[in-house]
Design a binder for this molecule. Structure first.
Ligand code: T4K
Length: 389
């Protein structure tokens, strides 16, 4: 929580920091809102925003929503599943959305490289109650979309993607959002692209988009017709105004994040016991986050490293710890899930996300790198035990 960070907020280096376009750039959009007095309910700025996002990302059917959590809920409501197979290694919103859509989450383990849902583990858990697979492109690293969709096709189950981290990510020469039946983006303040709060559901066909739009507007077809139960998942014109303004700068933000990633790779790439999870120099990646994997042979544990950084005012984050099925709210959902999640359990213990945003000051970033390099020079418990000097 931002508010918990107290008076030291200004001096600390946080894991994320929203980019903001120059203030005067939003004025032209705000003036239109003030002139028209259309504040929400699919106003003209929202329609323009959907069109521009589609063009930027190279996708056809965009439904902008209030945030990714309601977007996931709406996508799942559209499918109407009883059980949804998903990953234990994600932000809690992924599983919350399943529950809020009236379905039961069933958790399957992840693959050790991209830390995304493992198709073979998913297939083991399919039952006649399985109505959907909800996979997460964790840290913007693409899921094994071909593997998951092959499993889905074999059992006639749709695959949808929580693409909260994946704005602008490409795979096989096209947008990653073209995979599956639907994908859901987050435009939260901490994301590569944001409208303070917001998100979008990407559908692969117009019929699905129109039904999604209805569900987002209380299920209303017209003044006298409501055929499905919907909710209010709409984005306001004010958020669309911010989104349209931010969109002009997102290419620069992604490029700047690429440079931050290059500096991390140069500073940390050779540190024994650390694995850098995201690729460097890959134009298809968005550098939403900078996760490192602290292997058992690194001299200090992930949590100790997190503590050392914190002492220097660097607030790295343990995304995603604890695993969702280990949270109190989901403990009763474990029937039907895998008994253990060996890969996800290790990831939850070992991954640390370092500060990552386009205008991360290089001097501040050097503090992050130096603290980690220094920690890597400490003697490991094993070396201490055998008396290595
Ligand atoms: N699926 C996945 C896989 C997700 O990761 C998320 C959200 C969702 C679905 C749901 O998306 P939305 O419904 O939110 O659209 C943050 C974000 O709130 C959340 O959106 C995100 N994932 C999650 C991974 O991270 P917290 O509780 O860790 O955020 P918080 O408030 O601690 O912010 C992190 C740091 O960012 C702060 O220490 C300081 C900085 N910050 C944050 C905000 C909000 C700022 O500098 N300014 C700000 O306005 O959840």
């Amino acid at each position: 929580m931002v508010g918990d960070n107290g008076p030291k907020f200004a001096q600390q280096i946080f894991v994320a920091r929203p980019s903001l376009a120059p203030l005067d750039e939003i004025e032209e959009h705000l003036k239109q809102i003030w002139d028209r007095r259309v504040l929400t309910n699919r106003g003209p700025l929202l329609v323009e925003f959907e069109k521009e996002i589609g063009e930027f990302l190279g996708v056809d059917h965009v439904s902008v929503v209030a945030n990714a959590t309601v977007g996931l809920m709406v996508a799942l409501m559209h499918i109407g599943a009883e059980e949804v197979i998903t990953t234990p290694f994600s932000f809690v919103a992924t599983a919350n959305s399943i529950r809020l859509a009236g379905a039961k989450p069933v958790f399957a383990d992840i693959d050790p490289v991209n830390l995304t849902l493992d198709p073979a583990e998913v297939e083991k858990l399919i039952t006649p109650r399985t109505g959907a697979i909800l996979a997460v492109h964790c840290y913007g690293l693409p899921c094994d979309t071909a593997g998951l969709e092959a499993v889905g096709a074999r059992h006639n189950i749709p695959v949808i993607y929580d693409a909260a981290h994946a704005f602008g990510v490409r795979q096989n020469g096209q947008s990653l959002l073209r995979a599956g039946k639907m994908s859901v983006l987050s435009f939260h303040a901490t994301k590569v692209f944001h409208s303070a709060e917001g998100g979008a559901i990407i559908s692969q066909d117009l019929e699905t988009k129109l039904e999604i739009d209805r569900l987002c507007n209380h299920g209303i077809t017209d003044e006298t017709t409501v055929e499905s139960v919907g909710l209010n998942a709409k984005m306001s014109e004010l958020h669309a105004a911010l989104g349209l303004t931010q969109l002009r700068h997102v290419r620069d933000e992604i490029a700047a994040r690429g440079q931050v990633a290059d500096r991390y790779a140069a500073g940390l790439g050779q540190v024994a016991g650390l694995r850098l999870l995201c690729p460097t120099g890959n134009p298809d990646h968005n550098n939403y986050s900078y996760p490192i994997y602290v292997e058992p042979d690194f001299p200090v544990s992930r949590d100790a490293l997190c503590g050392l950084l914190k002492e220097k005012g660097i607030i790295a984050r343990r995304y995603f710890y604890p695993l969702i099925p280990h949270l109190g709210a989901f403990r009763n959902d474990l029937e039907g899930s895998a008994k253990h999640f060996p890969v996800a359990e290790k990831a939850a213990e070992r991954v640390l996300c370092l500060p990552m945003y386009g205008d991360l000051d290089p001097a501040d970033q050097m503090r992050v790198i130096n603290t980690i390099v220094e920690a890597g020079r400490q003697l490991s418990p094993l070396q201490l035990a055998v008396g290595v000097a």
